[in-house]
Design a binder for this molecule. Structure first.
Ligand code: ZN
Length: 121
C-alpha cells in the first residue's frame, strides 16, 4: 500500500468510523520514510515489536467516530500485512542486514576485556 491515507481507508472499511480516526497510527508506522526513502524504512516499525510499540503509544484501543472501540494491535497488524503480506519479527529484518566491520567494534572490545579482566567468581 502506497500511502498512509489508503491504510486509514482500509481501516474504515474494516472497523467503521472515518479515516482521521486511524490516520495517526498509520502515520506513525510510516514516519520512518523520513529517514530512509525506499521500502527499507519498514525495518524500523513494520514487525511484531513495532505493533506492540504502537499499542504502548496509542493505547490498547481507540474509539472511532462511530463510538466503536478498536484494538490498536489489530490496526497495526493490518498495516504491516497490507505492506508486507505477513507480520515478520524484528529478527527477520535483522537477518537481512549484511554485517559490516563497524557494527562489531564493541563486540571485539568486550572479547578483549574478557582476556584482560576475567569475571570475578
Ligand atoms: Zn507502512
Amino acid at each position: 500500500m502506497a500511502h498512509c491515507y489508503h491504510h486509514a481507508l482500509a481501516s474504515v472499511r474494516r472497523y467503521g468510523g472515518v479515516a482521521v480516526d486511524y490516520q495517526p497510527i498509520h502515520d506513525w508506522f510510516d514516519q520512518s520514510k523520513a529517514h530512509h526513502a525506499d521500502f527499507r524504512h519498514r525495518a524500523l516499525r513494520h514487525h511484531a515489536e513495532g505493533i506492540f510499540l504502537a499499542e504502548a503509544i496509542f493505547g490498547t484501543t481507540i474509539t472511532n467516530s462511530d463510538g466503536r472501540a478498536v484494538p490498536v494491535r489489530l490496526i497495526g497488524e493490518d498495516h504491516v500485512r497490507e505492506d508486507l503480506g505477513h507480520i515478520p519479527s524484528f529478527t527477520d529484518w535483522a537477518r537481512a542486514i549484511a554485517p559490516q566491520r563497524w557494527m562489531m567494534v564493541g563486540t571485539r572490545l568486550e572479547q578483549r576485556l574478557d582476556h584482560i579482566a576475567p569475571p570475578a567468581s
